[in-house]
Design a binder for this molecule. Sequence first.
Ligand SMILES: N[C@@H](CCC(=O)N[C@@H](CS)C(=O)NCC(=O)O)C(=O)O
Length: 310
Amino acid sequence: MLIDGVWQEKWQPVQKQDEKGRFLRQSSSFRERITPEQVQTTDASESRFTLYVAYICPWATRTLIARNLLGLEKYFDVKSVEPVLTDYGWKLDSDNAGSWTYMHELYSQSDEHYTGRATVPVIWDNQEQRIINNESADILEIFNNDLHRLKQHDVDLHPVVLTDEIFDFNNRIYNSLNNGVYRAGFATTQDAYQEAYTDVFSTLDWLEEHFSDKKYAVGEQLTESDIRLFVTLVRFDLAYYGLFKTNKKRISDYVNLSVYLDRLMAIPAFSQNTWVDHIKQGYYSIKQLNPNGIVPEGPELPWFKYLGEK
Ligand SMILES: N[C@@H](CCC(=O)N[C@@H](CS)C(=O)NCC(=O)O)C(=O)O
């Protein structure tokens, strides 16, 4: 992580936790918004803003899926990092070669006294050379709400009439499932692990019931809630089940959740942003949890049929 703008190599073992060994996620610090006028540059060949992502990362994948579903590709080009987190944090892919080698350089360029982890996703302003936002929940709102008049597809991921339901659904799955798997994986006491494990599977059991008669997370259409749920479900059997020890059941053991996952995977915005090799390599390179870095060969999953060559 960066401390007062300076990279500290000894960050990796230090996942923040509370006094009971529970994993604590850092809150995001760049929270600016963007207007359609800022996005529409005169030079159509280059976008003013770049979305920096890791394909391993569920939070970054939320933003990639929304970008494609809404058709905002020409306004935000994408730069990705390598799947394995290095001693210097995220390293940019070599084919994204530009002025930067590591993500933390973008953070200290934006704020020379920044203290915190250099996370993805990030919206970077190429004109002002600084980070605008590093919180995926905000980025989803920017894409869907703030820039709604620029979208190329007739999609609304956050219809006003569903606001309360979306809010409740997102809240219900965030701590217990999206972050619940991390709470299980990074717990440093048996009790903290047990608490997270119970939350994860009671939520999955509830969702299995929910999808017995529903096609989508909320309402009768695809919304932001589906994106938020998808990014966790798709990583579950590949990484969380083994590495994070959330191993009561796999998603493929849940009939309705499997049908739901298959339904979303059939949509290109979901399958194109699912990078199985990055997910496996990335998670299994977390030294704290897997010191020898061995990446499992399996599993083989039914939805692999939707994945093209990457
Ligand atoms: N609140 C952030 C969380 C982002 C986040 O935790 N990203 C992880 C990857 S999945 C990261 O970049 N971690 C690097 C680190 O912690 O050093 C969001 O939703 O945008």
